[in-house]
Design a protein around this ligand. Structure first.
Ligand SMILES: Nc1ncnc2c1ncn2[C@@H]1O[C@H](COP(=O)(O)OP(=O)(O)OP(=O)(O)O)[C@@H](O)[C@H]1O
Ligand SMILES: [Mg+2]
Length: 245
């Protein structure tokens, strides 16, 4: 088996951004038929090549709109690039944008079962794991309440607890820790370090270089959809921080 968990070769992602506000689906359909649905191309990633060895903890930094979430969507196979090659070896557990994959009308318990199913876990298996997940998320009194009554941090706790309960080969984390309180952040970082120690490959996006420095061995700096720098965590994070000041 290859020592590379992730290989990207010249990956490009382009979004279509509508130029005019559309009032209704019907209007949009009419515009589309008349070929008037004007849109602008937004290149979120361009020429991105990357090799990540197994067991690496890669921190991803970059300004707002640099393409970090897009990169994680590509790795999670939520998004297909318009060109380039993507190879991710092994099972993938993604914690993408806040609440992604959750149903706000379902209870915490139901969402745990749903999240587990999406990660390929059986119902019985998830039922066994439920108490430990609720315990880790610190949501014991809220398991039967719908997610819409949770605070932002509570939703993030649940997302992190579910995705990290399954041991995947590659763990993708997008900003999931930012809205958690300090105690939960520490608890999550500890869990992430344990994963990495066991050989899991971690790709984590954060706006806090200080947080990334505590868990990452390597770092990737994206700017305008392109790789600005990639290498050992410390120098890349320092260069990014310097450039942002
Ligand atoms: N669904 C979408 N449709 C159209 N354009 C999008 C979409 N998602 C992202 N973009 C555009 O792609 C670019 C990269 O966005 P992305 O979300 O990957 O940035 P990011 O680095 O995660 O930013 P942030 O730090 O704000 O989370 C931005 O210019 C954004 O406007
Ligand atoms: Mg983002």
């Amino acid at each position: 088996m290859s020592d590379l968990a992730i290989e990207l070769q010249d990956v490009a992602v382009c979004y279509r951004v509508p130029l005019h506000p559309t009032l209704s689906l019907k209007q949009y359909a009419v515009q589309l038929l008349q070929r008037k649905a004007a849109a602008r191309d937004c290149w979120a990633l361009q020429g991105v090549s990357l090799q990540v060895a197994r067991g690496t903890a890669l921190g991803v930094v970059g300004a707002n709109g640099a393409g970090k979430s897009t990169l994680l969507r590509v790795l999670a196979r939520v998004l297909r690039p318009v060109s380039g090659r993507v190879r991710v070896r092994g099972s993938v557990a993604p914690i993408l944008e806040l609440g992604a994959g959750f149903d706000m009308e379902l209870t915490g318990r139901e969402n745990i079962m749903l999240g587990g199913a999406m990660l390929g876990q059986s119902r019985q298996c998830m039922e066994r794991k439920l108490p430990a997940i609720a315990e880790f998320a610190g949501l014991n009194g809220f398991m039967d309440a719908p997610l819409r009554v949770y605070s932002t941090g509570m939703v993030a706790r649940l997302g992190f607890a579910v995705a990290t309960d399954v041991s995947a080969d590659v763990l993708l984390v997008d900003e999931a820790l930012a809205v958690g309180d300090i105690a939960f952040q520490q608890q999550c970082l500890q869990r992430l370090r344990e994963f990495v120690a066991r050989g899991t490959t971690l790709v984590i996006v954060s706006h806090s270089p200080a947080l990334l420095a505590t868990v990452c061995t390597h770092a990737l700096w994206l700017a305008g959809g392109r790789v600005q720098q990639c290498g050992a965590a410390q120098p890349v994070l320092a260069a990014y921080q310097q450039a942002m000041l």
